[in-house]
Ligand binder design. Sequence first.
Ligand code: S3P
Length: 178
Amino acid sequence: METFADNIFLIGFMGSGKSTVSGLLAGKYGMESMEMDEAIEEQEGMSIPEIFKTKGEAYFRKCETSLLMSLAERRHVVVSCGGGTPLQKCNVEAMRRSGRLIWLTARPETILERIRDDHSRPLLEGHKDTEYIAAMLKERSPKYEAAADLMIATDGLDAETICSTIIEKIKEMDGEKC
Ligand code: S3P
């Protein structure tokens, strides 16, 4: 089975499709899949909203960083990062050491549609509107862009198409014409 030597880190705003794409990509390429939020929830024995509420965002950010550090020696993992993971320089550096960073983008309207009925994202509770999402996206985008090896706009695309676009672009980056 075709596979990639390095890890693949999917970065991007909440609701940009990272989790769905990472599972599919990992399945197709015989790689392991890891959802950072899920791994942190498991480790802490509580949900992300509970962690934010009882321990605070700063604690959650430390969990993200130590999880990334623990990936340093691992390979063949597709990692679905939290939306805030690439905002810290040390996290980007850790990801770069073991893999490539793929930025999945989506318009605020697409994001709102995807997260509207979800209550697992404390930073968007009470802010489910395109203006708020657009402002947060604008603030974060320069960091996502600086961190990314590749950018893929996901609006209107299904997960299969996003996956094949990722593969194609990685191959192009590697100089393998297909
Ligand atoms: C966050 C994104 C969430 C989760 C936490 C904070 C962020 O992950 O890590 O709620 O700061 O953007 P998803 O991007 O998987 O929703």
